[in-house]
Design a protein around this ligand. Structure first.
Ligand code: SAH
Length: 334
């Protein structure tokens, strides 16, 4: 179902139903996992008929599961035949799922596999929620953390992502805490501004990947629309408004953005900001010419940031052998 609690309450009000019916419907769907309106025993026959007419409870389907150490990649078939992927990761702090937000992606980041396919369409809210429900059902365990870092640009599907987060965060929905949810964007400035007005506790991650316009223009076409300076100002505004620390993602591309001077420039750019930098070892793919930085180059970069007192970590790697790693997801299986 695509409806947030508020949307469902409005729908019920229109039918002259009491608003507490909303929590009962959510309990059936998200807690008892009953997907047949006829079985909603505390709901009147009349309301059941309305629900049947107005909502479709058909699920997307798991088509394939690939398993690696501490990681599983799920390929889903959507009702219209399109395909998307999500990845489950076992961390020491819990189970996290990386969900897709679109079929394909229009951002065209040069180093990313998902971006090689143009966007086919946005995912609907229920298609994002069901990735989590189906994975929970498959592993018979609760998911504690969600990252919107799969195929697609979440802020290019803004309303559905906001509704998705509202549903999974709701106490009668999937009850996943705001601080356990992370949305990652390549830097769609107007949407970051809109997002900050919500004043949520959800984590924001920015795919920065370069310390100068010169480099960023070469690898991320979005930079030609929202340049680095505007993006950094927006992140500063976001931090001031929400008081939340922002994650800066930085994929390490050999000889492209991993030089010592790049680390120095990045440290200068981020100086004094409440951010934490996540260096991502690049996952090479067959069709793309970029190469992964060596361990020595990553360590050197890391140490320069440290020296400048920037919070920095190197991302733990998952899923390389089953092509479930960052940037390796695509909407068509190979
Ligand atoms: N569109 C959003 C969500 C995708 S998140 C965004 O850009 O933030 C996926 C993250 O993995 C992004 O930071 C992306 O830049 C990074 N990435 C893409 N291709 C990669 C690759 N081959 N290796 C490592 N990271 C990659």
């Amino acid at each position: 179902m695509n409806y947030t609690p508020k949307m469902l309450k409005d729908y019920l009000a229109n039918l002259g139903e009491k608003s507490f019916k909303q929590t009962q419907i959510y309990e059936w769907l998200y807690q008892k996992k009953v997907y047949d309106f006829d079985k909603f025993s505390n709901v009147s026959k009349t309301l059941q008929e309305h629900l049947k007419q107005d909502f479709n409870l058909d699920f997307i389907k798991i088509e394939q599961v690939l398993e690696g150490p501490l990681v599983k990649k799920f390929l889903f078939r959507l009702l219209d035949g399109e395909k998307i992927e999500a990845v489950l990761m076992e961390h020491d702090y819990g189970l996290s799922v990386c969900v897709s937000s679109q079929v394909g992606c229009n951002m065209g980041c040069r180093f990313c596999e998902s971006g090689r396919l143009k966007k086919v369409r946005n995912l609907e809210t229920y298609e994002i929620v069901e990735q989590i429900i189906l994975i929970e059902e498959y592993i018979k365990m609760r998911i504690s953390h969600v990252v919107v870092m799969g195929i697609g640009e979440p802020f290019d599907n803004y309303n559905n992502i906001i509704n998705f987060v509202t549903i999974i965060n709701d106490a009668k929905g999937l009850a996943i805490g705001s601080r356990h949810i992370t949305i990652s964007t390549c830097g769609l400035v107007p949407k970051i501004k809109e997002f900050m007005t919500l004043d949520w506790q959800v984590n924001l991650a920015i795919s920065l990947h370069a310390p100068t316009n010169e480099i960023r223009n070469k690898i991320m076409p979005v930079n030609q629309v929202y340049s680095l300076d505007i993006l950094i100002d927006t992140i500063k505004e976001y931090i001031a408004k929400t008081n939340r620390r922002v994650t800066i993602e930085y994929v390490m591309l050999n000889m492209v953005n991993d030089k010592e001077e790049d680390a120095e420039a990045l440290a200068k750019l981020l100086k004094g900001m409440n951010v934490y930098v996540n260096l991502i070892p690049y996952n090479e793919t067959a069709h793309i010419e970029f190469k992964r930085s060596s361990k020595e180059r990553i360590d050197k970069f890391f140490n320069i940031l440290k020296k400048h007192k920037i919070n920095v970590t190197i991302r733990k790697e998952f899923g390389g052998n089953i092509k479930a790693a960052c940037g390796q997801l695509r909407s068509e299986s190979d």
